[in-house]
Design a protein around this ligand. Structure first.
Ligand code: SAM
Length: 231
């Protein structure tokens, strides 16, 4: 992608009313104005809020937003030129229950208040396989602790990944943290998808950009659903 093209996408992304781009240095240390107020100020309602962390081009959030108008979706990623794709589609189609937040997930608890979020999807995150990068995994206990600050007590976390090491690492984190595992499969589109209920099957069949790439290469797609331990 040329620099000019990338810049045009950044500019268009910023011009949409459903995009938020806080200063990284600000949210590293301070709460954002929208914290605790996404429902009233972004969506004008108090419907459940669902986050997609590391949403990339945002196909999953857009797909879910089309399917569930009774919920609000927020795609989160650090790359505005990727999220531009989802934001553009949402604006062209007039999908009003979706927003995009450009920030580092490390600082996300500066953006959402206690009990503000009902569900979190983590879709094909960078697996960060090197030992010294373990703390960057989006299911590392430090991240889960961060999510617990704004996820409702019965809130759900979903992880879809093609990375078997990340899948099994997350299973260990769930077990060691005393979290509540609700579903686990290491081959979602094998037998497992036929065994889930039709609604879940339809949700899971929405494919992200990376998911399509990995599926075409023959990688098994894994899936976990869990709830955080309540102290
Ligand atoms: C492998 S891509 C997956 C994108 C999308 N979920 C999909 O399946 O097509 C991982 C995405 O996570 C984003 N990401 C990784 N670490 C992040 C972080 N700490 N904060 C914000 N975004 C992050 C990257 O910018 C990238 O778009």
């Amino acid at each position: 992608m040329s620099g000019k093209n990338k810049q045009a996408k950044f500019t268009q992304f910023s011009s949409y009313t459903n995009t938020v781009e806080p200063e990284t240095e600000f949210v590293r240390h301070h709460d954002h104005d929208l914290k605790g107020q996404w429902g009233s100020r972004m969506f004008g309602n108090d419907r459940p809020i669902v986050l997609e962390l590391g949403c990339g081009k945002g196909e999953y959030s857009v797909g879910l937003a089309r399917k569930y108008p009774e919920k609000n979706f927020i795609g989160v990623d650090i790359k505005g030129n990727r999220m531009w794709r989802g934001a553009k589609t949402a604006n062209e189609e007039g999908i009003s229950n979706i927003a995009f937040l450009r920030t580092r997930i490390e600082f996300i608890s500066s953006l959402f208040g206690s009990n503000e979020v009902s569900e979190i999807w983590i879709t094909f995150p960078d697996p960060q396989l090197k030992e010294q990068r373990m703390k960057k995994r989006l299911t590392h206990p430090v991240f889960l602790d961060n999510y617990s600050r704004f996820l409702k007590p019965d809130g759900l976390i979903h992880l879809k990944t093609d990375s078997a090491p990340l899948h099994y690492y997350t299973l260990e984190v769930i077990q060691e943290g005393g979290h509540h595992l609700l579903e686990a499969t290491d081959d979602l589109y094998g037998r497992a998808i036929q065994e889930t209920d039709p609604d879940t099957r339809e949700i899971l069949s929405i494919r992200t950009h990376y998911e399509t790439l990995f599926s075409q290469k023959g990688f098994a797609i894994t899936y976990l659903k869990f709830q955080l331990h309540q102290p």
